[in-house]
Design a protein around this ligand. Structure first.
Ligand code: SF4
Ligand code: ZN
Length: 344
């Protein structure tokens, strides 16, 4: 197989493009796709401060690297979930990435700062851990961005993630979520803008990008992923993609172009119905937001009032890493460290 661009030996084939690429042109292809996402959807305006949510996995580290390569400076935020050795190893991979490149990494620790971890939340709610985990992530990413005055939160959701979320939402006709399923969620009072610059790249591409650029990411899967509905959707789409390359991209991009606008109204109506959480003031459909309720159950009432700051959270979305949680609330943000100093 030859590189589509230079006809040199290819190192990877991208089936949905029916094309092979040499190392140089594959890296360019990945960066071009991110550039296109940033430009087409005006994800980051000049001078805006960007916070990348990093987990130590291939997607978020590739995103952080590509943003730097494209001249979009960004700091990182790592959220410690308290999932045993897995969390320790993912933190180590993230810190090493930041340290070796002289990037600034902020850290928030769910057990240390909020008194509960993901296994405790799962036990307290008697639900799959991914729901509580996804809720905490969405909440803390936004709260930290607001506290540290970042304009934009960038996450590493890729094409596979977004197509799987779309399938899940379509199968249940989650019209509110469908209206908000866009690679950009605009800023609003209490909400930083949320962007997904990798939505044009498949996860095989982000993995290859890491390997070809020497990014040492954590390969192991989260031990609590079992039963995650999102993974089932991904597996189904993988089967379709195998038979008919390009299906995922056609499904997602076709929806964004022709389907999403039709659901915008349902989404707006749900947002209008949000009130303020009695505990923390963040948007919620009930009296107390989902995060405050979760913390009360998982950490106990004593911890529930230990807060250093309170910020509203982002709109509810069916995330790849969780089930639909319709009312994320605000949360205390205690930064454990503003880690590695930026190099000159
Ligand atoms: Fe959290 Fe579930 Fe992802 Fe594990 S698999 S990190 S529990 S969302
Ligand atoms: Zn609350």
């Amino acid at each position: 197989m030859k590189c589509r661009v230079c006809r040199g030996p290819a190192v990877i084939d991208v089936r949905r493009h029916n094309a092979g690429f040499c190392r140089e042109h594959f890296l360019k292809h990945c960066r071009d796709q991110v550039r296109r996402a940033l430009d087409d959807l005006a994800m980051v305006e000049p001078g805006e401060r960007v916070l990348v949510a990093v987990s130590g996995g291939k997607d978020s580290l590739a995103l952080w690297e590509i943003l730097g390569h494209l001249g979009v400076p960004a700091d990182g935020l790592y959220l410690g979930l308290g999932i045993g050795g897995y969390s320790q190893r993912s933190a180590a991979a993230t810190r090493e990435f930041a340290r070796s490149r002289g990037l600034t990494l902020h850290e928030v620790d769910l057990p240390g700062d909020h008194g509960f971890d993901v296994p405790a939340a799962a036990a307290a709610t008697r639900r799959a851990p991914c729901g509580a985990c996804g809720l905490s992530k969405r909440h803390l990413f936004n709260a930290t961005a607001r506290q540290l005055r970042y304009d934009v939160v960038a996450t590493g959701h890729n094409l596979d993630d977004e197509a799987a979320v779309l399938l899940g939402n379509v199968l249940r006709w989650e019209t509110g979520y469908l209206g908000r399923q866009c690679p950009v969620l605009p800023a609003a009072p209490g909400f930083a803008r949320k962007v997904k610059p990798l939505y044009r790249l498949g996860e095989r591409e982000t993995a290859a990008y890491c390997i070809l650029t020497g990014i040492d990411y954590i390969v192991e899967e989260c031990p609590m992923a079992e039963g995650n509905r999102h993974l089932g959707m991904k597996a189904m789409l993988d089967g379709l993609e195998d038979r008919s390359p390009g299906t995922k991209a056609a499904f997602l991009f076709g929806f964004l172009e022709r389907g999403a606008p039709r659901f915008a109204e349902a989404s707006a109506t749900e947002r209008d119905a949000l009130g303020a959480c009695a505990e923390c003031g963040s948007p919620t459909t009930g009296a107390v937001c989902a995060f405050c309720r979760l913390r009360e159950r998982a950490a106990g009432p004593g911890r529930a009032t230990e807060k250093t700051a309170s910020e509203p959270d982002g709109a509810a979305i069916l995330e790849p890493d969780g089930v639909a949680v319709p009312e994320p609330g605000a949360v205390a943000v205690t930064l454990r460290s503003a880690a590695t100093p930026a190099s000159g």
